[in-house]
Design a protein around this ligand. Sequence first.
Ligand SMILES: [Zn+2]
Length: 284
Amino acid sequence: MKWRETVWMAVAWMCVVGAAQAQTPSHQGMRYEAQRVPSSGATVSRSEAKDVAEAPVTDDTDPCSSEKPAMKPVSKPVHVRTIVIDPGHGGENEGAIGVARIHEKYLTLQVAQLLADRLRELLPDVEIVLTRQRDESISLSERIEVANRLNADLFLSLHFNNSLNPLAIGFESFWGGDYWAADMQKAGEEITDEIRELRTRTGAASERMGRCFNHAMRHRFDVLDRGVKTGDYTVLTRAKVPAVVLEMAFLSHAEEGMSAVRPDYQARLVQALTDAVMNYVNGL
Ligand SMILES: [Zn+2]
């Protein structure tokens, strides 16, 4: 190759690299970086996953609500005794399978266990309970009953999304809205003022947790925020405690679906979930 061609090749290469860097989200202004996440391909043990998790988001404004101002210090969680984490699906209910050909039930359990470990470290006085520890079948009402029985402060049902549209991408969260009322009427149960008051209170808290999750995910991942929505799901309509269903990524999407099975990606999900829970807890 002549020197002139070599120079042009070098210039062209620098342009390509420059363009690639420009497309990388800079996350300027954030107090933490995703750069400490181990590079892809590395096997992340549970303890390593803890190392990459850092302090939660500490923006100038409360990320979970437009009404409240600054965040309280992370080290002073209040009013919280029990958090229930529900790894979606399990046993015969395998969930979505997606492009990586690994069932959702395995992925939700992996993320749930990593999240439980991390929260136990950050919140040693809080009891962290999983609805399942292994690959087993549990009904939807049994899952939420675990949280109701313990009068949990928070119930998180972890899921991965699936769509016939291969381009569907991003994360979303669900809380129960008013669906509980129709559910109770169908079951022939009386809706008292006390129940209405409870559901209003837990509903507001659930929606807030949804916002905490979406906010934290926006900071950790450069993908579509599909919003905080209401959903007619049993784990939400039967909930007597703040409860959300969190759809973390699309297993059916070519890129997101392959990423979701990678340990480094799961470690980032755990970081986002941890941020969300800590922001929620500190805002109570
Ligand atoms: Zn699911």
